[in-house]
Design a protein. Structure first.
Length: 148
């Protein structure tokens, strides 16, 4: 079942994110407080896939009034190739359409072969004409990578 994410989902989200190989999260932004703030700013935009009370997939989705952005798109390995990722993407795209957002972007890390194949199969375009920059304002917002 794909449904909208709630703040109460955080413990199960954290558990999911810890089992995804190569998953990158930030110490502050992906904390319980950070996720709560994101969900409050973007109500009924982010989704989870749930199976027997366990969260097996997630997408954080938000927008700035002009462009949507997807973060932390993942499905637990045992549940892949079953249409869960596609169903989650469709639900967040509907939420963005409801908000009159006409474009959505995401970041798929270059070494994420599974993710890059998924997006290409879904018809998303890889942008080769842009450079992506970031500037960390809060140095305690470090990136942690799950290498399990």
């Amino acid at each position: 079942m794909v449904r909208y994410m709630t703040e109460e989902d955080y413990p199960l989200l954290e558990k999911l994110w810890k089992i995804i190989h190569g998953f990158r999260n930030r110490a502050v932004d992906d904390s319980k407080v950070g996720i709560s703030r994101f969900l409050q700013r973007n109500p009924e935009m982010s989704v989870v896939a749930e199976y027997n009370g366990t969260i097996v997939g997630s997408i954080l989705c938000g927008h700035d009034g002009r462009c949507g952005m997807l973060y932390h798109v993942c499905v637990a390995e045992a549940y892949r190739q079953q249409g869960i990722g596609k169903a989650m993407v469709e639900k967040v795209l509907e939420a963005l359409k409801r908000e009159k957002i006409n474009m959505v972007t995401l970041i798929a890390f270059a070494d994420n072969d599974i993710g890059n194949q998924f997006w290409q199969k879904m018809g998303w375009l890889k942008k080769a004409d842009i450079n992506y920059y970031e500037f960390v304002i809060n140095p305690s917002n470090i990136i942690k990578i799950n290498m399990q």
